[in-house]
Design a protein around this ligand. Structure first.
Ligand code: FAD
Ligand code: DLZ
Ligand code: SF4
Length: 510
């Protein structure tokens, strides 16, 4: 009887993963390994490493309880080779398999390694579709074919039809596909009473991993304590249930709101669990839809939430696999500035950035609008090199894997792909941040002042960005109004803006 060696990666922690679909308990072996290469290919946030390792260890225990033969390699094991290839090699020597099986990985660089194994080990390598995603790379390719630029909204409608989500006789429930226009409420008194998310007490496995990370990754960014992530499927389901029951009803209303001292808001905080396999996207969507059908959450909230998962999440993955490896080299706006030290927690007088970086450091999490309109917007208008921005976003968030991080950074926030993913750069002055948050109240700068030492840097950096990139952006139909305003601006004002921007950026790390 032949034996399969099944490698399960740290973001494939699902019992229904395709690589296990024909597991033979009498012969096959599952390999799960903590390897130095993965833990260090970027210096991940400490909470991210602890989360993945603990979730991997718990998952291995679960498989063993169910009778799977699991070979689990810990980071500190004496013979650990430090790489997937090295660990597969050791497992081949130990178990003499006839075949290697792995589900399609989440990152291009890992896929390149896996593709070499057939030649290195002289064994067949079966790379299986990752059926947890709702759109395969081939389906996405077919949808994208012959389109010069892609738009998420049309992809999303296809996905609603494919999975029959929020549809009545093939028409969108409520008559509209998208209820975003109802979803941009400012923070109000209600945001003072946000239900607390489900926080998990670390067990002995997690505590052991925390100690390991503290001793082996001491200089890495981020606070490891307090640690409260779910690391099992049961706890991840609790996180999801608590969100559906307590916060989904307000998700739409406050999706874009930012409140100082409230890192979690009405968001779901399930990206970590979706991306490592503890939750499945379709089950999440179906639970949200059920809440709407049962009258427990309004349509604007449920539609908005579902759109993020079957729309944006699948769309960015499609963009990633369709365009790698070229996508990681895009720099359409030729941005060259180094990432300022404030992204690593160096003091800054800009309160919005200070709060978002502080929460990122504490939680390995920031919600979407913090990533997009504060951390991302600043990186865009300050002209920071896409490579540096991508690396930062990959390091600091516990949900970050290149398939999802890269399109969001290169495409969504930096417009570095020239408008392939999004129709215009998400650049804004301080007015947007002031409208959607209370950060400006506690800031040393004045959000209503446009130039000079007291002025909010977002105000002059925004116009400086538009001037610097006029040649590339002026023709964008969605920026027509901006460039009309710019052309009406007196030259002296433009000069002041340029000079304020240069002065600020030149001293940003002082
Ligand atoms: P919610 O706001 O509750 O949304 C529900 C779910 O929708 C999320 O869990 C996520 O799975 C999905 N989702 C929402 N927006 C997106 C999106 N733009 N792309 C993909 N999925 C989405 N998400 C990641 O999972 N990993 C990343 O590395 C990542 N990097 C990002 C970088 C930037 C610059 C930006 C602007 C966004 C990034 N996102 C990333 C998307 C989004 O910010 C996070 O998915 C979200 O903040 C996670 O928190 P949540 O689970 O509370 O999400
Ligand atoms: C993120 C991560 C880390 C920190 N460590 C490991 C590891 O030691 N072993 C492992 O299998 N996976 C790890 N991961 C997740 C991988 O980086 C992820 O599986 C690949 O990038 C493919 O998406
Ligand atoms: Fe941020 Fe400007 Fe508001 Fe300060 S004034 S918090 S820098 S937007």
């Amino acid at each position: 009887m032949s034996r399969k060696l099944i490698l399960i990666l740290g973001d494939q922690l699902s019992e229904d993963i395709s690589s296990l679909s024909d597991f033979d308990k009498d012969h096959d072996v599952v390999l799960i390994c903590e390897v130095w290469d993965e833990a260090t290919y970027v210096p991940h946030h400490k909470k991210k490493i602890a989360f993945i390792f603990s979730a991997m260890r718990h998952f291995a225990e679960r498989l063993k309880e169910k009778g799977f033969h699991v070979s689990y390699v810990k980071l500190e094991d004496a013979d650990n080779s430090g790489s997937f290839t090295g660990e597969v090699q050791r497992a081949i020597q130990n178990y003499h398999p006839d075949k290697i099986v792995v589900t399609f990985p989440g990152e291009y660089r890992v896929l390149q390694d896996i593709k070499k194994w057939h030649d290195i080990f002289n064994l067949p390598v079966d790379i299986r579709e990752d059926s947890r995603f709702l759109c395969t790379p081939d389906e996405f390719r077919a949808w994208a074919e012959n389109k010069k630029s892609l738009r998420m909204e049309f992809f999303y409608r296809e996905m609603r039809r494919k999975y029959n989500v929020l549809l009545n006789d093939e028409k969108p429930v409520g008559g509209q596909w998208n209820y975003d226009s109802e979803n941009r409420k400012f923070p109000s008194a209600e945001t003072l009473f946000i239900p607390k998310p489900y926080m998990v007490q670390p067990d002995h496995i997690t505590n052991e991993v925390i100690e390991l990370v503290e001793s082996r990754f001491p200089g890495y960014f981020g606070d490891i304590q307090p640690f409260y992530f779910a690391v099992t499927r049961e706890d991840a389901l609790h996180v999801l249930d608590k969100f559906i029951v307590e916060r989904l009803n307000k998700f739409g209303d406050y999706q874009d709101a930012m409140v100082q001292g409230q890192p979690w808001m009405y968001h779901s905080h399930i990206s970590f669990y979706l991306n490592c396999g503890l939750l499945n996207p379709l089950e999440v969507v179906q639970r949200a839809e059920k809440a709407y059908i049962e009258g427990k959450a309004p349509l604007n909230a449920v539609e908005g939430f579902i759109r993020q998962i079957i729309g944006w999440r699948e769309y960015v993955r499609g963009v990633y696999w369709l365009n790698m490896p070229e996508y990681s080299d895009h720099n359409f706006l030729d941005a060259r500035r180094k990432l300022p030290a404030l992204y690593w927690g160096a003091p800054t007088k800009m309160n919005c950035l200070k709060q978002c970086v502080k929460e990122t450091k504490e939680n390995a999490y920031a919600h979407h609008i913090q990533r997009l309109m504060v951390l991302g917007n600043f990186a865009l208008i300050a002209g920071i090199d896409p490579k540096e921005v991508n690396e930062w976003f990959l390091i600091v968030y516990a949900d970050a894997y290149e398939w999802v991080e890269l399109p969001n950074v290169t495409g969504m926030i930096l417009f570095a792909d020239g408008g392939y993913l999004g129709s215009k750069p998400y650049a804004s002055t301080g007015a947007y941040i002031n409208k959607m948050s209370d950060y400006c109240d506690g800031c040393s700068y004045s959000v209503t002042t446009k130039t000079g030492d007291k002025a909010c840097p977002f105000n002059y950096l925004y116009w400086d960005f538009m001037m610097r990139n006029e040649g590339k952006l002026k023709g964008n139909p969605r920026l027509g109004f901006t460039y009309k305003n710019l052309s009406a601006m007196p030259d002296i004002q433009k000069e002041t803006i340029r000079s304020d921007a240069n002065k600020f950026l030149d001293c940003i790390d002082d």
